[in-house]
Design a binder for this molecule. Structure first.
Ligand code: 6PG
Length: 509
């Protein structure tokens, strides 16, 4: 019990940036919180912050000095939210809660970027101690404070208890336009619109979906970065010109949160040098792992996600700065190309279409990966609902997602977004410009792996025949791996006796 004999609705563990803001979001929505962090200053900081922001005058965040005290401060059955780093920290907190006497009817929700298989294992591991539930959270610190996109999964019974809280704190979207209805001030709440929180499925499903969200996020970011590189190094535009172009695009088809923040980053000047900050930032990209996990999963599942995977490679390549510096001194690129203003304008328009097409392909890859993983795991993912909760709050939010909602609404079992008539039409109209943009970038000597891997994906997916016939022949030659024939019954296997003089084809029975 708190000093004021108040029992709180929620126990909250982990007051990093995300945790701190999720607590403030919870209390803004009327839930009282007992907060604990190993670092006492963070507990003190949030209590002070809540007092400063809280116009009602009632205390909403209470200090817990230990796991045991936290359990005494909560209404039964206990609901505890964790916002701790993914990995061992989650287990450490769970074990501490068990030692502190957590009750079996308690629910513990992990909101970190955990690896989905860890979540599956944890649900089993803790089932005799409490219900381990997970909810991926997207939206960064502002999302956490004013409305994130939430991807909960685990016991459905637990979800019925969590749902009203999650729907209250989630971002809201206008269902007709797909536009976010963002809160922006402490105390502000939005009661209209659709909440960006939906039950995803059994344990692990929510973190899997969030992992793919992050894979798409990597691709989206890399596509924008390659475009910046083409516009700056290829076309010789300055950051303000590029920001203006992006701003124009952001008012049209390419409208997205990532485009919006890119414009802000480009326009930002370093205070000390009064030059664009982007020119001062070291070009070595870091990563926390979710993109790599998506790429690994795509290989495991056997579902191509070349644009997402290429975005991960681009980050790794960027980290080879020393090698790149050495290579830049000895390896040649193409001659400099001089373009007229009109030619530049044409290339800018081609690039616009390339970004849009590559973006469609990145989403097509991500959604197909989720579909195939769901079949493997026995999850029944609702893709309309996933696209809906990504329209606001999360990092990949974009008006574009409204078209994905429509596509899955019309056909919930769509095999691939490229087969949707709207997206097919968009790609058909723009594919020529896309090809030209990639040729342009290649002739400038500018790496364009995300844009071009997407085009290669598009060309592969639209090819009725691929050279895998020859590949099967090669495999049969050196390894007697057999092949099927298009002129014979499906499923029948053949092998050529390559080392004999007759090279007879035999049917394998
Ligand atoms: C989100 C983000 C968030 C985080 C990424 C950063 O949806 O809110 O994806 O989860 O910013 O994990 O990932 P990297 O450090 O790997 O870029």
């Amino acid at each position: 019990m708190t000093q004021d004999n108040v029992l709180c609705d929620i126990g909250f563990i982990g007051l990093g940036v995300m945790g701190n803001n999720l607590v403030l979001n919870l209390v803004d929505n009327g839930f009282s919180v007992a907060a604990f962090d190993l670092c006492k200053n963070k507990v003190q900081r949030i209590i002070e912050q809540d007092q400063a922001e809280n116009i009602t005058g009632t205390q909403r965040v209470y200090d817990s000095s230990s796991y045991a005290e936290l359990l005494t401060q909560l209404k039964a059955p206990h609901l505890i939210i964790l916002s701790v780093p993914a990995g061992d920290a989650v287990e450490q907190v769970c074990e501490s809660l068990i030692s502190a006497g957590i009750q079996t009817n308690a629910i513990v929700i992990d909101t970190g970027n955990s690896l989905w298989v860890d979540t599956v294992a944890r649900e089993k591991k803790y089932k005799n101690h409490f219900t381990f539930f997970s909810s991926a959270v997207s939206g960064g610190e502002v999302g956490a404070r004013f409305g994130p996109s939430l991807m909960p999964s685990g016991s459905f019974e637990a979800w019925s208890r969590i749902k009203p809280i999650w729907e209250a704190i989630a971002a809201k979207v206008d269902p007709e336009t797909g536009k976010p209805l963002m809160r922006s001030k402490p105390g502000e709440i939005i009661n209209s619109g659709e909440p960006c929180a939906a039950y995803i499925g059994p344990a692990g499903a929510g973190h899997y979906v969030k992992m793919v969200h992050n894979g798409i996020e990597y691709a989206d970011m890399q596509i924008i970065c390659e475009s910046y590189h083409i516009l700056s190094t290829g076309l010789g535009l300055n950051v303000n010109d590029i920001a203006d172009i992006f701003e124009e695009w952001n008012n049209g088809l390419l409208d997205s949160y990532l485009m919006e923040i890119t414009i802000e980053v480009l326009r930002h000047k370093s205070v000390d040098t009064n030059t664009p900050l982007v020119h001062l930032i070291l070009d070595k990209a870091e990563q926390k792992g979710t993109g790599v996990w998506t790429a690994i999963s795509s290989l495991d599942v056997g579902c191509p996600t070349p644009t997402i995977t290429q975005a991960v490679y681009a980050r790794s390549t960027s980290s080879f700065k020393t090698v790149r510096i050495k290579a830049s001194k000895i390896l040649k690129g193409p001659e400099t190309i001089q373009l007229t203003a009109q030619e530049k304008q044409i290339q800018i328009e081609q690039l616009h279409d390339a970004i849009y097409c590559a973006k469609i392909c990145a989403y097509a890859q991500g959604f197909q990966l989720m579909k195939l993983a769901a079949i493997e795991q026995g999850w029944s993912l609702d893709f309309t609902s996933i696209a809906k909760i990504w329209r606001a709050g999360c990092i990949i939010r974009a008006t574009f997602l409204q078209s994905i909602v429509r596509a899955y609404n019309e056909n919930s079992s769509l095999d691939n977004l490229l087969l949707d008539s709207f997206f097919a039409e968009q790609l058909n109209q723009r594919q020529l410009n896309w090809r030209k943009a990639i040729c342009n970038a290649t002739m400038f000597g500018i790496p364009n792996g995300a844009l071009s891997s997407a085009l290669s994906y598009y060309d592969s997916m639209r090819s009725e025949t691929l050279p895998a016939n020859l590949l099967q022949g090669q495999r049969d030659f050196f390894g007697a791996h057999t092949f099927e024939r298009i002129d014979k019954l499906e499923g029948k296997k053949y092998h050529v006796q390559w080392s004999s003089t007759e090279r007879k084809t035999v049917e394998i029975v």
